[in-house]
Design a protein around this ligand. Structure first.
Ligand code: NAI
Length: 244
């Protein structure tokens, strides 16, 4: 255990994949983690697995009423939130001509609007306490674009703009806001890739392999730590050297 004892962390989409690895890394560093997910059973199972007093909570973070209710429940059960990780995200890929309005809205609501809602609900307390960390999980495609992902890349580019703006708004209150932009990481989200697609992707990655959720989690844990207290408004790309 090191560094985050006595801190409370809220991780959205924490039940599986990258969010689960983030919950585990923060718990290993001593934080009490609120694993927030649509899937309560999975969130509770993850909370039990990561330990350290972690608890599972159900919420659709794209809904303001759910966000306000879950933030209230976490603060009642675990205490004031010191670390917020906006990790919940979805894809609904299509080329522009086939992209429906519903798929545009669904992706923007979960990947971008949810971060606005959670930051609004959580950072008020952080500002009062003059201390807090927000880490938003973006994507390299928010930086460079990707065909077939207009909605997803727009949501992640938006999340980067939101990160920088809120970093500027909250810096004077010692609330630090950064983004981590993963490349291709082995999770349920990327499991659907064919072996050929996987091969083609690996060839574009300088390190020659897809990343693991733990590769992202260790960077998030660093950004939550004392060692990162002079970093705000940044986008840390963690992609094995795919985009340079
Ligand atoms: P995943 O699909 O394995 O897990 C996402 C989790 O978020 C699930 O547990 C799901 O139930 C939860 N979730 C979805 N919508 C939600 C909502 N409205 N409210 C609450 N929970 C919700 O995804 P993965 O791969 O772990 O991705 C996590 C984050 O990392 C996402 O923001 C994704 O865009 C981002 N990312 C992933 C990459 C990858 O290669 N896997 C690459 C770049 C970014």
């Amino acid at each position: 255990m090191s560094g985050l004892q006595g801190k409370v962390a809220m991780v959205t989409g924490g039940a599986r994949g990258i969010g689960k690895a983030i919950a585990a890394a923060l718990a290993a560093d001593g934080a009490k983690v609120a694993v927030v997910d649509l899937d309560l059973a999975n969130a509770e199972a993850t909370a039990t697995e990561v330990g350290g007093g972690a608890r599972g909570f159900a919420a659709n973070v794209a809904q303001a009423a759910d966000v306000d209710a879950v933030v209230g429940a976490i603060e009642r059960d675990l205490g004031p939130i010191d670390i917020l990780v906006n990790n919940a995200g979805i894809t609904r890929d299509s080329l522009l001509m086939r992209l429906s309005e519903a798929d545009w809205d669904a992706v923007l609501n979960v990947n971008l609007k949810a971060a606005f809602l959670t930051m609004k609900a959580v950072t008020r307390g952080m500002m009062k306490r003059r201390s807090g960390r927000v880490i938003n999980i973006a994507s390299v495609v928010g930086v460079v674009g990707n065909r077939g992902q207009a909605n997803y890349s727009a949501s992640k580019a938006g999340l980067i703009g939101l990160t920088k703006t809120i970093a500027k708004e909250l810096a004077s209150r010692n609330v630090l806001v950064n983004a981590v932009a993963p490349g291709f990481i082995e999770t349920d989200m990327t499991a659907a890739l064919s072996p050929e697609a996987r091969q083609a992707l690996s060839a574009q990655i300088a390190l020659g392999r897809l990343g693991a959720p733990a590769d992202i989690a260790s960077v998030v844990a660093f950004l939550a730590s004392e060692g990162a207290s002079y970093i705000t408004g940044q986008v840390i790309v963690v992609d094995g050297g795919m985009v340079m």
